[in-house]
Write a protein that binds this ligand. Structure first.
Ligand SMILES: Cc1ncc(COP(=O)(O)O)c(C=O)c1O
Length: 398
């Protein structure tokens, strides 16, 4: 393969380096660069490429056609949708919640922001596993909170250990964030760890935020346990989830939070000034998603599993190591054997190989050797991406 330069290169290496310390800016700069490369294969973002189920689209069309899409809903969401979410959480997750304990949000993203605004006072510390989805940083910062890292390690399959959580607690710690399955590591917090963390949270009076947005894509033998279902935990847990990942509905922007009703009322107060209610057409779509046939999720999962295997095989051939992804649709891989830092490697993979992959440093400073690869392209594209990646890596090793 001949070495190419990016036509009309949007972002130079120097510009990338300038934002390297800010995970979110770095991700966006790389995406900007990729957008100028016509044949780029994007294994960057975590938004499912699969089609939203047809019955979901039809429900939204019906709401548009008969005027419901233009009729306001309560800020906390359509009563029928809150009810459907509560039922799902009770039946699938064992969380003892009813509709009054649910708020519908503009994607999980708004949920993160609302939680931090409602929960954190300036100077409050919140424990966040490292590496992490960097959007949390901005939400915490905007609320005046202080993010404190809790290490997770490949040797533990990126489990979040109760001992590590407890060691990070200070008198200022107010809350703990759990993300399982995790972005970027694709690790799952084991049930034993969750039980230990629940004890720690109760002992130190911590609020727990449990981001479960990838929960439906979990690979055997890992299992999904919602911490809010454990004894004494619902009272102190805010569970975050949504439709973007489960139903391939990123663009519809529907997320939801579950918590004790008093806290939901506080969140609704913040949401009323921030954005009001979620687009009703999207809420009717989400209602159809949650109450309609669920068999399509098994099809989606099979697709992700096949892609995951392809990429794991490709990485092994490249000499990159990884812990087997237990959930979500990412692979977090150690690319140290390339001889380059992950930042340089990401740049070269894009510039020369036209493959967009985020460096681990977009998710935490210490991940200099790591890449997060998302599996949100058809198999042919993944095969082609692996071919290009190998060519770039082999050239560097010569
Ligand atoms: C861990 C995690 N939480 C929340 C979100 C927000 O998702 P959305 O706003 O699409 O619902 C994302 C998106 O990538 C994520 O990775």
């Amino acid at each position: 393969m001949t070495q190419t330069t990016i036509p009309g290169e949007a972002v130079s290496l120097a510009e990338l380096q300038a934002v390297a310390g800010d995970g979110t800016k770095l991700r966006y700069a790389l995406m900007e660069m990729a957008s100028k490369i016509p044949d780029a294969i994007a294994l960057g973002r975590g938004d499912p490429d699969l089609d939203t189920p047809a019955y979901v689209i039809e429900a939204a069309q019906a709401a548009v056609a008969d005027g419901r899409a233009d009729a306001p809903t309560p800020v906390a969401g359509l009563p029928a949708l809150r009810e459907a979410v509560a039922r799902k959480l009770r039946e699938q997750n064992g969380i003892p919640v009813d509709a009054a304990g649910v708020i519908i949000t503009t994607g999980g993203q708004e949920g993160i922001f609302l939680i931090m605004q409602a929960l954190l006072d300036p100077g409050d510390e919140i424990l966040v596993p490292d590496p992490r989805y960097s959007s949390y940083d901005q939400a915490i910062e905007a609320a005046g909170g202080v993010m404190v890292n809790v290490a997770t390690e490949p040797a533990d399959n990126f489990d979040l250990l109760p001992s590590a959580v407890e060691a990070a607690i200070s008198p200022k710690t107010k809350a703990l964030l759990i993300v399982s399955p995790n972005n970027p590591t694709a690790g799952v917090v084991s049930e034993a760890s969750l039980r230990g963390i629940a004890e720690v949270a109760q002992k130190h009076n911590l609020i727990v935020i449990s981001d479960e947005i990838y929960e439906r894509y979990i690979y055997e033998p890992s299992v999904q346990v919602s911490i809010a279902s454990l004894p004494g935990m619902f009272e102190r847990t805010i569970t975050l989830n949504g439709c973007s990942k489960t139903y391939a509905m990123t663009g519809w922007r529907v997320g939801f939070l579950a918590a004790p009703p008093e806290f939901i009322n506080v969140l609704a107060g913040v949401k009323s000034v921030l954005s009001g209610y979620v687009s009703p057409a999207s809420q009717y779509a989400a209602l159809a998603a949650l109450t309609g046939p669920q068999d399509i999720l098994a099809e989606y999962k099979d697709i992700y599993l096949r892609r995951r295997q392809l990429m794991m095989d490709g990485l092994a051939e490249m000499g990159f190591t990884y812990t087997e992804p237990q959930g979500a649709f990412f692979i977090y891989t150690n690319a140290a054997s390339s001889g380059l830092s992950a930042f340089e490697l990401s740049y070269l993979l894009l510039k020369e190989g036209h493959v967009l992959i985020f460096p681990g440093t977009a998710f935490g400073d210490k991940w200099q050797d790591w890449l997060r690869i998302s599996l949100l392209q058809p198999e042919e594209e993944i095969i082609e991406a692996i071919r290009r990646m190998k060519a770039v890596v082999e050239r560097r090793r010569k």
